[in-house]
Design a protein around this ligand. Structure first.
Ligand SMILES: [Zn+2]
Length: 512
């Protein structure tokens, strides 16, 4: 690509008082699951561009994402934002090459259209895989760097589930990642990234960074940063950020379904002009991760054991985390292993959501109050169980729209499940309803309003199922008497023994 002719104000060494530095904001975000056979295509992405998204900056300001944080800090720091493009898709299989090139081409063209450019803020997930590009995020930053030249600062943000490749650090000026899982700090991390960029543009600081990766995989089950072994490491990174020489310290858990050489946790430290400090502290944080390994050995009940245990509980509701069908991690959303166990063991008072557009249509055709007798779920691929015959009646039908006003994992506000049906499944009593929520789209269970908007009261159910692992906890833990993680099969099974990896570094602890 042609080297674009921008003269960074930072490079020019002086900033005219009346000129506001112009910063391009862009992002292509995807968590790509190597074991999901369904590739991610262009139509899976929601793309926001100024030409097609009216009031794009207002849209970006209204959430709790890193982009919201970029814009808030940009206002405070006197940066002018040039919105380029934001593309987002639910996790699924790797991107097709065409999808990747199309999105990246559009993003680069838009950045190239900036009248002037003093910096770039890039929101990338950090676990994007595309056909031909196993380290997709690195390729995105490489191309932006190639286009803007060596002097324009590029600050990148990553999700906590990033698989950070060391080369990424060569192409960007500073890398700042979410520190928390469930992710409740996107906005704050976005603000930090934009402040680093602003101060770099003004010539006040000179960011240098280092990353260290311990030779391990850190199972998602143990990636709660608020309690347990990871919390200690996260606290150390938060403390490190109180050092004025440290601009950012991030410890990420990695994404275990990305079969690439970069898979695994990492510690990344950005300092102001002190490479030795960055190296030393990144090594110290990576060592803290390594020290947790005896505490992160996986021992979980399978679906049959988990349902049995939930039925015997003294207090309800019990939330079952269906880790094998972790929609936010890129699974099908129609796994039937727990549903089959509910029916087999005659459990009562449960609720489970399953994405099944054909079953939704059958419920709509039948109408409210009518009998329902359909095979449900297990239709997307052969990893998530077989369709299960469900008998009951159609309790309610919905447009599937809901709103979350609290800060939940991911920071979103508006959600759409598509047309949705609630089936009251046989065995229900007025006090203990067995409820199957059939959705048209895969719904990542970050919000209880997914259920409440359809007249389902989570606190009145005995057993709740969330198709996720850690992310749903921000919503589900407060209403649950107990949370059980289930070693269920599926494309996001937490048990690495269920997969065959091909591209990991040899002898990675926690995989064998
Ligand atoms: Zn994440």
């Amino acid at each position: 690509m042609r080297r674009l002719l921008w003269t960074g104000l930072a490079a020019a060494g002086a900033l005219a008082a009346q000129t506001r530095p112009v910063v391009a904001v862009a992002g292509i975000m995807h968590e790509s699951n190597s074991f999901n056979p369904a590739p991610t295509r262009l139509q899976d992405f929601t793309v926001q561009e100024p030409a097609a998204t009216p009031d794009i900056l207002k849209v970006w300001r209204s959430s709790n994402t890193e982009l919201t944080g970029y814009l808030e800090a940009a206002d405070q720091e006197g940066l002018e934002i040039f919105p380029a493009l934001l593309a987002n898709a639910m996790p699924k299989g790797p991107l097709t090459r065409e999808t990747f090139e199309t999105l990246l081409g559009r993003m680069m063209a838009r950045i190239g259209a900036a009248p002037r450019l003093d910096g770039v803020l890039l929101a990338l997930h950090g676990a994007l895989i595309a056909e031909g590009f196993p380290l997709g995020d690195e390729e995105i930053v490489r191309r932006v760097r190639q286009a803007v030249g060596p002097r324009i600062p590029i600050v990148v943000t990553h999700d906590f589930h990033a698989n950070v490749s060391p080369a990424m650090l060569r192409y960007c000026t500073a890398l700042v990642c979410y520190q928390q899982n469930p992710h409740l700090d996107m906005r704050e991390r976005g603000q930090r990234a934009a402040r680093i960029l602003a101060r770099t543009v003004r010539g006040e600081i000179r960011p240098v960074h280092a990353a260290r990766k311990p030779p391990m995989a850190f199972n998602l089950i143990f990636q709660n940063t608020y309690q347990g072994p990871f919390a200690r490491v996260t606290r150390a990174s938060l403390e490190l950020e109180t050092n004025p020489k440290v601009l950012a310290a991030s410890v990420v858990g990695g994404y275990q379904w990305g079969d690439t050489p970069a898979m695994g946790p990492a510690a990344i430290v950005v300092t102001d002009g002190d490479p030795a400090l960055a190296e030393r502290e990144a090594a110290r944080l990576a060592d803290l991760l390594w020290q947790t390994r005896e505490q992160i050995v996986l021992r979980l009940p399978d679906p049959a054991q988990a349902v049995r245990e939930a039925m015997r509980a003294a207090r309800f509701p019990v939330s079952l985390m269906d880790t094998g069908d972790n929609i936010g991690g890129g699974s099908a959303g129609d796994s039937t292993f727990l549903l089959a166990e509910f029916l087999k063991q005659k459990a009562v008072g449960w609720v489970i959501a399953i994405a099944d557009p054909a079953a939704v249509q059958a419920a709509i055709r039948a109408g409210i109050g009518a009998a329902f007798d359909q095979p449900v779920g297990g239709k997307t691929d052969d990893l998530h169980g077989r369709p299960v015959r469900v008998r009951g009646r159609v309790r309610s039908l919905h447009d599937g729209e809901y709103l979350e006003t609290e800060t939940r994992h991911g920071g979103g506000r508006y959600f759409s499940m598509g047309p949705t049906a609630v089936i009251e499944v046989e065995g229900s009593t007025p006090d203990d309803l067995n409820l199957l929520q059939l959705t048209t789209r895969r719904v990542f269970p970050s919000s209880l309003h997914q259920l409440i908007s359809c007249g389902i009261y989570p606190s009145r159910q005995k057993i709740l199922v969330a198709k996720g692992t850690i992310a749903p906890l921000a919503a589900y833990a407060p209403v649950s008497a107990q949370v059980l993680f289930v070693d269920s099969p599926g494309s996001t099974a937490v048990n690495p023994a269920r997969f065959r990896y091909r591209n990991l570094p040899p002898n990675l602890w926690g995989v064998q």
